[in-house]
Ligand binder design. Structure first.
Ligand SMILES: *[C@@H]1O[C@H](CO)[C@@H](O)[C@H](O)[C@H]1NC(C)=O
Length: 340
């Protein structure tokens, strides 16, 4: 019996195990390196830890005592209904300190914080710490500010080299990637409700130093779940204009019937899809080479503007087209270079 067990198979077993282990290790390394590519801002920290680009090690989220003692306000950099945002300093690192602006908006503030915690990853601004008692949240500071500043940033001498159609298309792709993430997030299917105008929508996203986009403001991310009968309404007031999706408009506005929140039908995440062409148009800007990109995106953007939300593509459908256009155009561009 002892001899049987030392037969061919058991002799090779350690070798086989070693091979398997090596394979698994390879798979793990590939998996991790892919993950790292995605997490360009959160350098692979454990949950509830952060690491700013100027830091060597991951550190646990700051708590009340540290925020009170170590985070110093420098100046106001943003003011909304819900939050007042300060540029602040923490042990030599620049951070953004958000304070609740009015107790009327406590619920939105807490919702924003819980979303920030639940959705941490490369596509969401990095949480540095928070203190519920003081209504304060500390996040990574991105000096370029929101996407509203995009043209201003590109006009500066030192960033003009980045002002290319390929980088702009990549930024638009980041934005659609974020929508896809929110629509399929660990916290369920989430709709970007703070998006009733182009300006408002752009102000929710920050431009990172390495020219990527992260979503910053998660104060209005209601959940959609058809199987639970869960739909959303972005606020309780009547929305107007053609930036918002048609299903967000008061349906009987032309009959002279006054708006009533109770009678207003709810909708789903396809409102975000309706807005993609306008946001992308802004990100691509007016550069002449952008024309060709716009041409390639024409069909998918048309589909985003379908009146019937069910006929609009998903964020993933849009993302696939953006990526293939990007690949095709980069190839063409390098082909032209080779011919010259
Ligand atoms: C919707 O709710 C069901 C039941 O609670 C759940 O199993 C499902 O994962 C939810 N879907 C999404 C997209 O969150």
């Amino acid at each position: 019996m002892g001899q049987h067990s030392s037969g061919v198979f058991s002799h090779n077993a350690p070798g086989l195990a070693l091979c398997l282990a090596a394979l698994l290790l390879c798979a793990a390394v590939i998996y991790l390196s892919q993950d790292k590519q995605q997490r360009h801002t959160h350098a692979g920290c454990l949950p509830q830890h952060f690491k700013l680009t100027t830091m060597r090690n991951c550190t646990p989220w700051l708590q009340c005592s540290q925020i009170r003692a170590e985070v110093h306000k420098l100046k106001v950099i943003g003011q909304g209904a819900v939050k007042k945002v300060y540029l602040a300093e923490w042990t030599g690192h620049k951070v953004a300190l958000s304070k609740l602006a009015s107790l009327d908006y406590l619920e939105d503030f807490l919702h924003g914080l819980s979303m920030l915690q639940a959705l941490q990853g490369s596509l969401v601004v990095q949480l540095v710490g928070f203190c519920l008692e003081d209504y304060s949240i500390v996040t990574q500071h991105h000096p370029h500010g929101s996407l509203l500043n995009l043209e201003h940033v590109f006009r500066q001498q030192q960033y003009q080299q980045y002002n290319t159609w390929s980088l702009r298309l990549r930024l638009a792709t980041d934005y659609v990637t974020i929508l896809h993430y929110l629509h399929n997030s660990p916290a369920g299917r989430r709709v970007m409700c703070d998006s009733n105008s182009l300006e408002k929508t752009l102000s929710q996203f920050l431009l990172t130093n390495d020219f990527h986009v992260v979503v910053n403001d998660l104060d209005a991310l209601p959940e959609v779940n058809w199987s639970k009968g869960l739909l959303v309404k972005c606020g309780h007031r009547e929305l107007t204009g053609d930036f918002v999706a048609p299903e967000q408009l008061w349906p009987v506005r032309n009959d002279g019937t006054l708006f009533s929140d109770d009678s207003m039908p709810a909708y789903d995440e396809k409102t975000d899809i309706w807005k993609i062409p306008d946001v992308t148009q802004f990100i691509l800007g007016r550069a002449p080479e952008g024309e060709l990109v716009r041409f390639h995106l024409f069909q998918i953007h048309n589909d985003c503007k379908k009146e019937d939300p069910k006929l609009r593509p998903s964020a993933l459908d849009v993302l696939k087209v953006y990526r293939s256009v990007y690949r095709a155009m980069v190839q063409d561009a390098s082909g032209v270079r080779e011919m010259l």
